[in-house]
Design a protein. Structure first.
Length: 88
């Protein structure tokens, strides 16, 4: 039986070149333009629930919700949770 820990993270898929930097940046930009819950496809067969990934990290939620948080802060936080997430 395969467990969650057996599935690589998005960051690991990036290192393996299954996901490209361009694909990752495109999904981040899309989410930032229209932050909707649900699964976001990064590449064929690799999707991530970005909202769930954000909600799984209380520090990221707090960081993003600060009134002084900049657009760059949001992008870095979103990139970080995506890279740590395990795809569907």
């Amino acid at each position: 039986m395969t467990g969650m820990a057996d599935r690589p993270t998005i960051g690991e898929l990036l290192v393996l070149r299954i996901v490209t930097h361009h694909e990752l940046q495109a999904v981040i930009a899309g989410f930032m333009a229209n932050p909707q819950p649900g699964w976001w496809e990064i590449t064929d067969g690799v999707s991530v629930d970005i909202m769930a990934a954000i909600n799984a990290h209380p520090h990221v939620r707090a960081w993003i919700s600060q009134s002084e948080a900049t657009l760059i802060t949001h992008e870095l936080a979103i990139r970080t949770v995506i890279l740590l997430a395990r795809p569907a």
